[in-house]
Write a protein that binds this ligand. Sequence first.
Ligand code: NAD
Length: 255
Amino acid sequence: MSVIEGKKAKEILKKAEFIAVLTGSGISAESGIPTFRGNDGLWKKFSPEELSSFEGFYRNPAMVTEWYRYRRKIILGTKPNPAHLALADLERIVAEFYLITQNIDRLHQRAGSKKVIELHGNIMENYCMKCGKVFDIEEFDCVYEKFEDHVPRCECGGYIRPNVVWFGEPLPEEAFSEAYKAAVNCEVFISIGTSGAVRPAADLPRYAKYNGAYLIEINPERSYLTDIADLWVKGKAGEVLPQFVEEVKKLKGMK
Ligand code: NAD
């Protein structure tokens, strides 16, 4: 059975040379990383304000640092799933392709995607809140070992925090501007594994749609975007995306 249903969807995908994709935590669920709002969502067990906000870090930097180190370890123990791999494949067959992600897990890059726009930063890096110096995993762990209180500080004396966007913080300007341009200029916008609840990322599919793009959603459940989607492919990303990309290749005469 085809996952690309309808004559219009097929015609558009056959010709599309500019595709933008937005992914959310749902795409990594099949790699074993919990989503935020699902039944096993992370925030069911922990308070987001304590663990993912500047106020929480200020109140208890050691706990927040430990929590991110723990999550990073879990994420490093996972692998890209067939959905991540299918998107890397899709990038190779269209002229212009942007993968905008809300995820901080770097699984898209590990799957081979090249043009990845990270809207919420990534969990592999940390940076100094005073001088801005960025620390990769090895550098961070090296500094971390030196502080018995589990609160690593930079040489300049500043606190070192994860390079992720916390609740209440703005998105990185350059990343959002690039994502915005991709959304308003693309022919097809595909939203995958995102509830469409976290703004401003959730506005991108709407910008795309209102600027003429064909909007496709891939999600096993309805989301805030389902009602405006031109096509809803109902299913788990890891199950439907590989088939979706194979069908796009066939439509483009590549198979
Ligand atoms: P969300 O938790 O609000 O929504 C997840 C969506 O994924 C839901 O609509 C759900 O139905 C769908 N979903 C669940 N399993 C799926 C599957 N197998 N295939 C396709 N879809 C599936 O997540 P969100 O919209 O990404 O927004 C919340 C925030 O979560 C983001 O800011 C993101 O930074 C952060 N986050 C990231 C990770 C990660 O990096 N892997 C993990 C948890 C949270």
